[in-house]
Write a protein that binds this ligand. Structure first.
Ligand SMILES: CC(C)(COP(=O)(O)OP(=O)(O)OC[C@H]1O[C@@H](n2cnc3c(N)ncnc32)[C@H](O)[C@@H]1OP(=O)(O)O)[C@@H](O)C(=O)NCCC(=O)NCCS
Length: 204
């Protein structure tokens, strides 16, 4: 997939990121995941998040810190953060057997999605900044993720954001090879304030 010609990143400045609250609808969040990950399903990449029922969303969220991006009062994006201890304990995407995530100093993120009509406006970048800052604040040396290797533009996006491929894995539940990607973090003092609690975070 090629990068859309006219990315307008100004919308991201109007987006607020905050932790998921108990009154937020998990049904809405689950359908947001389905809508966002459909682009992969349409290309034959069977990502768990494209089909998972609300119960699975609930279970996955319980294992980490879920952040949501709000635009005009509506949840339009989400990302799930796990600190390094939780990542080592639970793994990512249900697998506890990935050596990179067992190191104990690697935080992670998953369930990363933006409403299709709002993609390409920098909201994903704001969510990534949020978890990277959270990872640094919790003392992690690295933040990692799993992404479908056939989704080349995603791998390229993470490479542009300073991630590198550290492993490959084939999940039982999916039909593709995932790239495990990771980024070394600087100390919280250098990275700066977390930018949470409903503050807007300017896009790059
Ligand atoms: C990945 C995702 C969350 C990014 O959200 P977003 O709001 O579109 O992201 P941004 O607008 O901040 O763009 C982030 C980068 O992706 C690139 N990008 C976004 N959409 C793209 C597309 N359709 N094609 C190519 N590149 C794209 C942008 O160029 C940008 O690159 P840059 O930061 O180097 O300039 C969103 O595309 C999505 O929900 N995808 C489906 C679910 C998914 O794949 N999740 C990640 C699984 S690992």
């Amino acid at each position: 997939m090629t990068t859309p010609a006219h990315f307008d990143k100004h919308l991201a400045a109007k987006v607020k990121v905050r932790p998921l609250e108990p009154e937020d609808s998990l049904a809405h969040l689950t359908y947001l995941l389905h809508r966002a990950y459909k682009q992969h399903a349409d290309r034959g990449i069977k990502s768990l998040a494209a089909f998972q029922p609300e119960e699975v969303t609930r279970k996955r969220i319980a294992g980490g810190e879920c952040f949501v991006a709000l635009y005009m009062g509506k949840i339009v994006g989400t990302i799930l953060f796990k600190d390094a201890a939780r990542t080592a304990l639970d793994g990512v995407g249900g697998s506890t057997s990935i050596p990179w995530f067992q190191r104990g100093d690697v935080a992670s993120f998953s369930q990363f999605a933006v409403e299709p009509e709002h993609q390409g406006h920098g909201i994903g970048g704001v969510l990534m900044q949020t978890v990277e800052r959270r990872a640094a604040a919790t003392g992690a040396a690295e933040i990692g993720l799993s992404t479908p290797e056939p989704a080349a533009w995603l791998v390229e996006m993470y490479l542009r954001h300073g991630y590198r491929v550290v492993e490959h894995v084939r999940w039982k539940e999916t039909n593709y090879v995932s790239a495990i990607m990771s980024k070394a973090l600087r100390s919280p003092a250098i990275v700066g304030a977390p930018g949470l609690n409903g503050q807007s975070i300017p896009a790059k």
